[in-house]
Write a protein that binds this ligand. Structure first.
Ligand code: GLN
Length: 308
């Protein structure tokens, strides 16, 4: 894809930065610049094209859930992980409490809603939270090559101070045996993982890593097994955009994961990784401009898995 074409798509959708609003339930996220808009595409041939505000850092938020899932799958294998969390999509908001109680097993529906991601974080191996967190940062550094992919302390503190909904999910799961380890540690790790700073170029590189089946460009990059990547992409396709995943499957048709800071990571298998930032989100927690941009990229370049 040519840079001009990508610029055209960005400008055609700039209007949408005015829709929706910034996430403010995590107070620090309300300080984001609502005018930020950026797209990066990382191609399988090594080419990277960025347009707009691609070097601006924002917190990864729920996009970290796919990284935690990779870690837990590497640490325990899929049978163990999916005995703790389900693999079904959810029609409820990402931070829903109600679904935890109605299911007989009390298993969170999938690893990409908050409950599931907290349970997954509780499984990542390491001596303590610091060690587990730096294991994830190291992994991200190897893929992105960006040493600034680290904790944004202000967002982390803001999450920790106001994360009562997540706390309630975690304690409920502790009471039902879904979380077996120290619940405060699981929450602390989860808050830290959501507060990792990235750029949309970083997201595109992570997307490309998944698009290529878990193989990175850097020689020191440890491979992730293709089976794990297959699991992660599948759950992104069915549940990555929360209770808008069905609509995204119809209109976009590639695995994607969003975060409430307005980031979206998308994967066109064997072709490219896409990173987008647009901080205004809709009531499902997905970037409004980001979704429109992704829809245009998918349509124009026939990325939909079922396009002819
Ligand atoms: N840190 C956010 C939360 O826990 C992540 C949610 C999101 O990005 N959808 O609520």
């Amino acid at each position: 894809m040519k840079r001009d074409e990508l610029e055209e798509i960005l400008e055609a959708n700039r209007y949408y930065i005015r829709g929706g609003k910034l996430a403010n339930y995590i107070p620090e996220l309300a300080n984001a610049n609502p005018n930020t808009l950026g797209i990066t595409i990382a191609y399988s041939n090594g080419e990277i094209i960025s347009v707009g505000n691609c070097e601006e850092m924002f917190t990864i938020q729920s996009i970290s859930k796919i990284i935690s899932l990779i870690m837990a799958l590497q640490d325990h294998g899929h049978e163990k992980v999916f005995s703790i969390v389900g693999m079904e999509s959810s029609g409820e908001p990402f931070n829903s409490v109600s679904e935890l109680e109605t299911k007989e097993s009390h298993k969170p529906l999938n690893p990409l809603i908050n409950a599931g991601a907290i349970a997954v974080a509780s499984m990542i191996k390491g001596q303590n939270v610091n060690e587990r967190f730096s294991k994830v940062c190291q992994f991200l550094y190897r893929i992105t090559g960006n040493e600034n992919v680290t904790l944004n302390r202000r967002v982390y503190e803001s999450e920790r101070e106001t994360g009562d909904r997540n706390r309630s999910l975690a304690y409920f799961m502790k009471s039902t045996g879904v979380i077996k380890s120290d619940v405060e540690e699981a929450l602390d790790l989860y808050f830290r993982l959501c507060s990792i700073s990235v750029t949309c170029s970083d997201l595109a590189k992570i997307g490309l890593f998944l698009a290529m089946g878990g193989i990175g460009q850097g020689s020191q990059l440890k491979k992730v097994s293709p089976e794990i990547v297959q699991f992660v992409l599948s759950i992104m396709l069915t549940a990555g955009m929360y209770n808008q995943s069905g609509e995204c499957m119809m209109k976009i048709g590639v695995p994607a994961k969003s975060g409430v800071s307005g980031g979206i990571l998308a994967v066109a298998p064997n072709q490219m990784g896409i990173g987008i930032i647009g901080p205004s989100i809709n009531d499902k927690g997905n970037s409004i401009a980001g979704l429109k941009i992704l829809e245009d990229i998918s349509r124009r370049y026939k990325l939909h898995l079922f396009s002819k």
